[in-house]
Design a protein around this ligand. Structure first.
Ligand SMILES: *Cc1c(COP(=O)(O)O)cnc(C)c1O
Length: 431
């Protein structure tokens, strides 16, 4: 499979190059040249296959012969080593829990798969050492640190804003050691992001290190997210009904992967992009105008994105045509107040504890189902509520149980280096 640049259809690279480079020239995104179709027979019999078998069938064409079958199966086995249950909430609503991975957020699958692929390419030999440089506002850092831990030939440097990530998130990225280094930046997330971008275009650094990024623009982080929708479909006994999925969205990588799965033949009827007040896509579907806006801070902070980078991929799936897209995608946006109220209500009515991101997904689904009662709806729970402990406990008025895996990390010692400006990052990378 070749991947082309969304800025220049003539610029084509292999899967390996797309993964190693992350971005095409001019900061453009890579997109697969073809979208394979799987047979209806396969979809109707999904429950006869294991998750690893399903994932292999779904991803094999995208990887092609660049990773041999056995190695690809091993990467998938390691990446998908936990549950993806659909938990019923009411008669017509279920939630797909994507937080059973090592860092309790859905990004574990993308980070694990990318680490596996990159590790494989490094081991094959002609790449040399690679440094993954990534800025995080919270969840990405932990998932990337965990995914790349101990992968030979790859060093990981994570920048995070001092005092602006939750205690659990900080522990997840500062306590692992080995090939993972955490840099604590005196500044906010935008400062971290700016320093990373500067490092990528720094010629002196480029001569010394082979840098790559690990956010959802990378095809190896984006593509495996389609598995969630296959795993959900496998479990949905309500398959006879029309199916809608509501996805709490920030950079729109997750929902875009779902729409890709549909294009491959997975029988999903409708998608709902649920937004917090960062609602550029909601406004786009209302007005047909795409106007990015500076992001505002909310309690569902992983979705505080003013200009979602994967939106161009969604447009590409629909040949940049508004009408067919608007037929398949609805979008709603909610305030923090509404989000808090939903967490409280669902706990009271259904005894289920949602995190703020899942709650936004639930709200979007509810509004869609009010107008489309013939559907069965699933919203994605993208993080475990303990990752947002303060918010959630305050709203529901009781303690949330902390899983054992997190309690271990909380007892470990934080190790990080503090930096304040770009020259300090550069000094660090050059020595
Ligand atoms: C990253 C993240 C999102 C947003 O996902 P996108 O693929 O960027 O749209 C939603 N919820 C949580 C908990 C996240 O960590």
């Amino acid at each position: 499979m070749k991947y082309f640049s969304l800025n220049d259809k003539n610029h084509k690279v292999s899967f390996e190059d797309a993964v190693v480079r992350g971005l095409a020239p001019g900061k453009a995104l890579y997109f697969p040249e073809e979208i394979p179709k799987l047979s209806q027979d396969f979809f109707q019999n999904l429950n006869k296959y294991s998750n690893e078998e399903i994932a292999y069938e779904a991803i094999k064409e995208f990887v092609g012969d660049e990773i041999d079958k056995t190695s690809l199966q091993e990467i998938l086995k390691k990446t998908l080593d936990f549950e993806f249950p659909v938990v019923p909430i009411s008669d017509n609503i279920g939630t797909l829990e994507l937080f059973h991975g090592p860092t309790l957020a859905f990004k574990d699958v993308g980070a694990g798969f990318m680490a596996g692929c990159l590790g494989h390419f490094v081991k094959k030999g002609n790449l040399g050492k690679i440094t993954v440089l990534v800025a995080t506002s919270g969840d990405t850092g932990g998932a990337v640190a965990n995914g790349f831990l101990g992968v030979e030939g790859i060093d990981v440097v994570i920048l995070y804003p001092k005092g602006k990530v939750s205690e659990i998130q900080e522990k997840q990225l500062t306590t692992l050691g080995q090939n993972i280094t955490a840099l604590e930046v005196n500044g906010n997330f935008d400062d971290c992001q700016d320093m990373v971008k500067k490092a990528f275009s720094d010629v002196e650094i480029g001569e010394k290190l082979q840098l790559t990024s690990a956010n959802s623009i990378n095809v190896a982080r984006w593509l495996p997210q389609m598995f969630y929708y296959y795993f959900a479909y496998k479990q949905l006994a309500e398959r006879e009904r029309k199916l809608a999925f509501s996805v709490p969205s920030g950079n729109f990588g997750n929902i875009c992967a779902g729409m890709l799965a549909k294009k491959m033949g997975l029988p999903i009827d409708h998608f709902i992009a649920s937004n917090n007040e960062n609602n550029v896509v909601t406004r786009y579907l209302e007005t047909e105008k795409y106007t990015p806006k500076k992001s505002v801070q909310t309690i569902s902070n992983a979705m505080d994105v003013g200009n979602p980078s994967n939106f161009v991929r969604i447009m590409e799936l629909f040949q940049n045509e508004f009408k067919p897209l608007a037929k398949q995608l609805s979008s709603y946006s909610y305030s923090d107040e509404e989000t808090r109220k939903a967490i409280k209500e669902v706990k009271k009515k259904h005894n289920y504890i949602m995190d703020p991101h899942g709650a936004v997904g639930y709200l979007g689904l509810q509004d869609f189902l009010a107008e489309n009662p013939d559907y069965y709806g699933t919203f994605l729970e993208t993080a475990h509520p303990v990752k947002f402990l303060e918010t959630v406990e305050k709203v529901i008025g009781e303690k949330v149980e902390i899983p054992a895996s997190i309690r271990d990390a909380m007892d470990k010692e934080k190790k990080s280096f503090e930096i304040s400006d770009y020259s300090e990052l550069k000094d660090f990378l050059m020595q």
